[in-house]
Every structure is written in structure tokens, then in C-alpha cells.
Design a protein around this ligand. Structure first.
Ligand SMILES: Nc1ncnc2c1ncn2[C@@H]1O[C@H](COP(=O)(O)OP(=O)(O)OP(=O)(O)O)[C@@H](O)[C@H]1O
Ligand SMILES: [Mg+2]
Length: 149
């Protein structure tokens, strides 16, 4: 599915809509797109909508950060940017199995991403405008995005 976001507010509304559908699930969301496309901005809005109290910052140097959402489901925020070509196994499996995982630069660790996941690809089309490609891969993801308009 293709979505057009014209402002940061649109990005917030999109993240809220995703949060409403994914709340309480064990699911992985991949975020791809160039530097500054808005992957971390989206994750911040997504976490806020899930009731994360702490400030969500870019995990580029820590690779992974975990947060607790309002209903107790963990939210894992990973950034694979520094893992390009590394093919290291950092033991993410447990994260993927027990909460909501958001992975920036997921393309870099594509082989570790669960087969059933939701992908978001962000493209900067202007200062505050973004083009989004949103896709479901697998039955659980398709169900979660069912009826999206
Ligand atoms: N509609 C929008 N959606 C998302 N971000 C936007 C939008 N309009 C402007 N921005 C700005 O674009 C920047 C996006 O930066 P962000 O850190 O989220 O990018 P990123 O994709 O995570 O980059 P990196 O690959 O370096 O991690 C922020 O400063 C944000 O305020
Ligand atoms: Mg980022």
C-alpha cells in the first residue's frame, strides 16, 4: 500500500493508527529509507501511542533499546545501520518472539527478520513530506493490516 504523508502530524497519525492495530501483539515492523527519512520520528510517535513513558532516542550506537508499553508488552527498538554486512547474530530472536519490535535499516539484517512481519519504507519527497510503502508479509501481518484504507 502506498501512503502520502504531508507533515510530521500525518506521520504521527499514521504511527497512532499502527499502534492501535499492533497493541499487545508479538510482531516485527521493519523501517527502511534513507538517513533522515523519518524512521526514528515514526518510532517515537508509535511508542508514545503505545504508552511508552520514556523518551525514545535513536539506538544507532546501542543497536537495541527496550521500552515498556502501557499494557506491559515490551517494545524493542533496533537500528541495524552499524551492522551493514556484519552478518553477526546478536541474539535478537528472543526480542522478535516476545513483543513489538521496530527495526530501522532492517535490510541490513534481512536474514534475521521473522518471515511474518510488516514493512514500512519511507521516502523523503520534500522537507516535511514523505511517501510510505506499507506491506504485510505473512498471515498475521495481513490480518493486522486488514481493511486498512
Ligand atoms: N512527515 C515527516 N515524517 C517524519 N519525519 C519528518 C517529517 N517531516 C519532517 N521530518 C523530520 O525529518 C527528520 C527525520 O529524522 P529521523 O531521525 O527520524 O530519520 P531516520 O530515518 O531515523 O534517520 P537515520 O537513518 O539517521 O536513523 C526529523 O528531524 C523530523 O522532524
Ligand atoms: Mg533513525
Amino acid at each position: 500500500m502506498k501512503l502520502i504523508l504531508n507533515s510530521l502530524l500525518d506521520t504521527e497519525a499514521f504511527a497512532q493508527k499502527m499502534a492501535d492495530r499492533l497493541r499487545g501483539q508479538t510482531i516485527t515492523v521493519t523501517l527502511d529509507g534513507d538517513l533522515g527519512a523519518g524512521k526514528t520520528a515514526w518510532t517515537r510517535f508509535f511508542g508514545k501511542a503505545l504508552g511508552v513513558k520514556r523518551t525514545i532516542n535513536s539506538p544507532t550506537f546501542t543497536i537495541m533499546k527496550s521500552y515498556t508499553t502501557a499494557d506491559g508488552t515490551p517494545l524493542y527498538h533496533m537500528d541495524a545501520y552499524r551492522l551493514e554486512g556484519a552478518h553477526q547474530d546478536l541474539g535478537f530472536e528472543e526480542c522478535f518472539e516476545e513483543g513489538i519490535c521496530v527495526v530501522e535499516w532492517a535490510d541490513y539484517i534481512a536474514e534475521q527478520i521473522p518471515a511474518d512481519h510488516i514493512s514500512i519504507s519511507l521516502k523523503e519527497t520534500g522537507e516535511t513530506s514523505r511517501e510510505v510503502e506499507l506491506n504485510a508479509h505473512g498471515p498475521q501481518s495481513r490480518k493486522l493490516l486488514e481493511g486498512w484504507e
